[in-house]
Design a protein around this ligand. Structure first.
Ligand code: SF4
Length: 213
């Protein structure tokens, strides 16, 4: 029987020591920009998104601008981020809704945010946690993988994983902890070649112990 509480204590201690400065690596200056950048970051690296948004946010400065955008031109603007057709359609549609229903201001409530096209709990939690001080667990690919490897969740569905982690991680840490886990995933616990020999969590890690035999 694994002791999740003990694993979480050690994990938090390690993350606080090693990734004390972890934060969102997307470039933004306001919630509007972070929302758009987070949508663009699906299946794309933050570095590539930052290259695109560097010029994109000079051209489109508000939800009104995206709502009025020529869709073909907008698709070209964001093409390097991949899946650009769907991303462009979702951003244009959600911008139209924000303009019509919310007077051009982004809703700050997660239940309202996730009703917008292309916005799931992950994106909503990134924006609410980083811009509005409303903590949320961001279940991205790194958070999911590491949590499963360490046995903190048996689930595969991101919403269920989020609920499992909300039980284990103190609420005030949710946003920062998520960014620390993303750094941990990029740095040590990668998908293909995790550096288990130098990982301080290896003695708790089912994935590693199974692999070792
Ligand atoms: Fe990841 Fe390996 Fe550490 Fe397990 S032991 S958490 S797989 S790096």
């Amino acid at each position: 029987m694994i002791n999740k509480k003990k694993i979480v204590e050690e994990l938090i201690r390690f993350l606080d020591e090693r990734y004390s400065d972890a934060k969102c690596s997307l470039d933004y200056v306001n919630p509007f920009q972070l929302l758009i950048a987070t949508i663009l970051s699906a299946q794309c690296t933050d570095e590539r998104v930052n290259k695109v948004t560097c010029t994109l946010f000079k051209k489109y400065r508000s939800f009104e601008d995206f709502a009025r955008a020529d869709i073909e031109e907008f698709m070209e603007d964001i093409k390097p981020t991949g899946f650009y057709r769907n991303k462009a359609k979702n951003i244009k549609k959600l911008s139209e809704i924000v303009v019509e229903k919310y007077d051009g201001k982004m809703p700050e409530d997660i239940d309202e945010l996730v009703k917008l096209p292309g916005i799931g709990r992950k994106t909503a939690n990134v924006v609410l946690g980083n811009c509005f001080g409303k903590p949320g667990i961001v279940v991205d690919t790194h958070v999911k993988r590491i949590s499963q490897r360490l046995g903190l969740t048996d689930n595969d569905n991101p919403d269920k994983i989020e609920r499992d982690l909300m039980e284990l991680i103190p609420e005030e840490k949710w946003t920062k902890w998520s960014h620390q886990m993303i750094e941990f995933g990029r740095d040590i616990c990668s998908a293909r070649k995790p550096k288990c020999e130098s990982c301080p969590l290896s003695k708790y890690c089912g994935f590693y112990l199974d692999k070792k035999g």
